[in-house]
Design a protein around this ligand. Structure first.
Ligand code: T5A
Length: 210
């Protein structure tokens, strides 16, 4: 039986990385074999593409180059890691996936949603996540958390308006696909965030509480 594909999404600093390990432990405790991965990246080659994408650089990066590199990394990630794992019945837990492309390249950069949708079908065929946990909080709060943690990469150096558009695109997608998305209020303390995540894992995927 095919494994379950779970993705985590949200603007910078919402707590995706922090909560990834929590979810991993919950799934393991429920007896699942879990592959934890991220985008862009997840395989040696896709991680090299990640470096290209995140590096601050003097040269201006074309929106099309950025978009195609995101999908090039994703194609490799699907080919080498995600699809084989799902086919072996493993669960895949991924820090960001194609909703991030709709939010950042679509909402943030203004690339057309229909172009992204075409690439999504080319690269993924019918594969979509079974559950997407969207961690949501006001942009300023997320950026503040991210700033306290590390020096900004090429995306984190964007203006607040860019991230407002990213957040709104995520929320619009969650409204359009309520059966796939669970929106988590990430503005509260970590224990409360994790309680919401735990409830969603139980309700939507039957993962028993710890
Ligand atoms: N991208 C990606 C695209 O443009 N298109 C795409 O298709 C894809 C896939 C890299 C970048 O690539 C872009 C988007 C990104 O800009 P990334 O490295 O995964 O992606 O993204 P970041 O958002 O930069 O990851 P961050 O590590 O900054 O954010 P996280 O993982 O959401 O936040 P996290 O867990 O590191 O937490 C940040 C800080 O907040 C604290 C943590 O301890 C940490 O210090 N924290 C809390 N503090 C208080 N209360 C809570 N509830 C807290 N939760 C966490």
């Amino acid at each position: 039986m095919r494994g379950c594909f779970i993705t985590l999404e949200g603007v910078e600093g919402v707590g995706k990385t922090t909560n990834l390990e929590y979810i991993h432990q919950r799934l393991k405790a429920a007896g699942k074999t879990v592959v934890v991965t991220r985008e862009p990246g997840g395989t040696a080659m896709a991680e090299e593409i990640r470096e290209l994408l995140l590096q601050q650089r003097a040269e201006s990066v074309s929106e099309m180059a950025e978009l195609l590199l995101m999908f090039a990394a994703r194609a490799q990630h699907l080919h080498s890691l995600i699809i084989p794992a799902l086919e072996q019945g493993q669960w895949v837990l991924c820090d960001r996936f194609t909703d991030a492309t709709y939010a950042y390249q679509g909402g943030g950069r203004g690339v057309s949603q229909s172009l992204i949708s075409t690439l999504e079908s080319m690269v993924q065929a019918s594969l979509r996540p079974d559950l997407t946990l969207l961690l949501d909080l006001p942009v300023e709060q997320g950026l503040e958390r991210a700033r306290n943690r590390s020096t900004p990469d090429r995306f984190e150096a964007e203006k607040q308006r860019f991230f407002e558009a990213v957040r709104q695109t995520y929320l619009d997608r969650a409204t359009a696909e309520p059966e796939r998305f669970a929106v988590i209020d990430a503005s509260v303390d970590l224990a409360q965030v994790q309680a919401q995540i735990s409830q969603q894992l139980q309700q939507r995927l039957g993962v028993d509480p710890a």
